[in-house]
Design a protein around this ligand. Structure first.
Ligand code: CP
Ligand code: NVA
Length: 312
C-alpha cells in the first residue's frame, strides 16, 4: 500500500499495527527520531485546519523530518498547473504528501501520479486519519473486546459519517449512523461498501433516522459539525432545523450504557450539534481523541514511508 487515500484502503491488520505503534508514540514521542531524518513532508491544504495541520507538522518533526506547509492558494495548481504535474514535482522534493481538499477525485489523482505516499487529510467524502485517532481512543477506553458494544454517530451524513461506518466495518464493530433521510443521509455507495466489508469482518452496519433508538444502549455517541467546510451557506437554516433532533443532549446520553463516552472530531459548536454539558462533561473524551491525532499520524507516516502497510 503506497497511499492512504480513503478509509477503505486500510485492512484490519493495518489498523492494529498503526494503533499499536501510535500507543508507543503516545508513551515516547521521540522513539523513532531518525525515521524521516533529512526528509521532508509536504502538507497541502485548501481548507482550514487546526488539529490535522498541527498534528501532522509535529508528527513529522518528532520523526526527525521537516514539514513544509502549503496553503491552497500558494501553488501554481490554483493557476491551472495540472494535478499530475504537481504530483510529479512534489515527488522529486519530498518524501510524503499530506493533502486536505474538497474533491476526493483530486486526492486520487495525486496518489496515482505521485511516487511518494499520499495521505488524505480530509475530503468532502472521507476523513481516514481522524478515524485512527478515534479508534485508538475507543481501544484505550474499552479494550479490544468490543463484542456487544454499539458505536453510534449522530448528525449530518457527511465525510465523518462515511469514515465512521467504513472504519467500524473494518474493525468488525456494530456501528450506527443516525442521520436525517434524504439530502443529509450518508452516501448509499459508502453504506453498501461498508456492508460489503462487514460480510468479511462480522461487523453490523446500521443506518437509521431515529436518534433515540440509536442512542439506546450505545457505548459511544459521536457527532460532528452540522455545517462542514464548503457546505452551501444558503442551506444553513434548513439544515440546522432538520438536524436538531440529532443533537447530542443529556437526554440522549442518558439512554446510553453506564460506561459510555462522548466523542467529537472537533471543531465543535456547543448548543448546536452537542450540548455544552455533554462535551464538557465527565463522559467526554475529546481531548484524548484530539491528542491522538498526532500519535496516529506519526504512526501512519512511520509505517507508510517504510512500506509496511498491506492495504486491502
Ligand atoms: N478534526 C479535524 O480534522 O480538525 P481540524 O479541521 O482542525 O484539522
Ligand atoms: N465534517 C467536517 C469535519 C471537520 C473536521 C468538515 O468537513 O468540515
Amino acid at each position: 500500500m503506497k497511499d492512504l487515500l480513503r478509509t477503505a484502503d486500510l485492512s484490519r491488520a493495518d489498523v492494529d499495527l498503526l494503533l499499536n505503534t501510535a500507543a508507543e508514540f503516545a508513551k515516547n514521542p521521540l522513539r523513532s527520531q531518525d525515521c524521516l531524518k533529512n526528509k521532508s513532508v509536504a502538507i497541502y491544504m485548501t481548507k482550514p485546519s487546526t488539529r490535522t495541520r498541527l498534528s501532522s507538522e509535529t508528527a513529522v518533526a518528532h520523526l526527525g523530518g521537516t514539514p513544509i506547509f502549503i496553503r491552497g492558494d500558494e501553488l501554481q495548481l490554483g493557476r491551472g498547473e495540472t494535478i499530475a504535474d504537481t504530483a510529479k514535482i512534489i515527488s522529486g522534493y519530498c518524501d510524503a504528501l499530506i493533502i486536505r481538499t474538497f474533491a476526493q477525485s483530486d486526492v486520487d489523482e495525486l496518489g496515482a501520479n505521485a511516487s511518494i505516499p499520499v495521505i488524505n487529510a480530509l475530503t468532502d467524502d472521507d476523513h481516514p486519519t481522524q478515524l485512527l485517532a478515534d479508534w485508538l481512543t475507543i481501544r484505550e477506553t474499552f479494550g479490544s473486546d468490543i463484542k456487544d458494544r454499539k458505536f453510534v454517530y449522530l448528525g449530518d451524513g457527511n465525510n465523518m459519517s462515511h469514515a465512521w461506518l467504513t472504519m467500524g466495518a473494518i474493525m468488525g464493530a456494530h456501528v450506527v449512523a443516525a442521520t436525517p433521510d434524504g439530502k443529509w443521509a450518508p452516501s448509499a455507495d459508502v453504506v453498501a461498501q461498508a456492508k460489503k466489508i462487514a460480510e468479511k469482518t462480522g461487523a453490523t452496519i446500521e443506518v437509521t433516522n431515529d436518534p433515540e433508538s440509536a442512542a439506546k444502549g450505545a457505548s459511544v455517541l459521536y457527532t460532528d459539525v452540522w455545517m462542514s467546510m464548503g457546505d452551501p451557506e444558503a442551506e444553513r437554516a434548513e439544515k440546522i432545523k432538520v438536524l436538531a433532533p440529532f443533537a447530542v443532549t443529556d437526554n440522549l446520553m442518558a439512554l446510553t450504557e453506564k460506561d459510555s463516552i462522548f466523542m467529537h472530531c472537533l471543531p465543535a459548536h456547543r448548543g448546536e450539534e452537542v450540548a455544552a454539558s455533554v462535551i464538557d462533561g465527565p463522559k467526554s473524551v475529546i481531548w484524548r481523541e484530539a491528542y491522538h491525532r498526532r500519535t496516529t499520524i506519526q504512526a501512519l507516516l512511520y509505517h507508510l514511508t517504510r512500506g509496511e502497510l498491506a492495504g486491502n
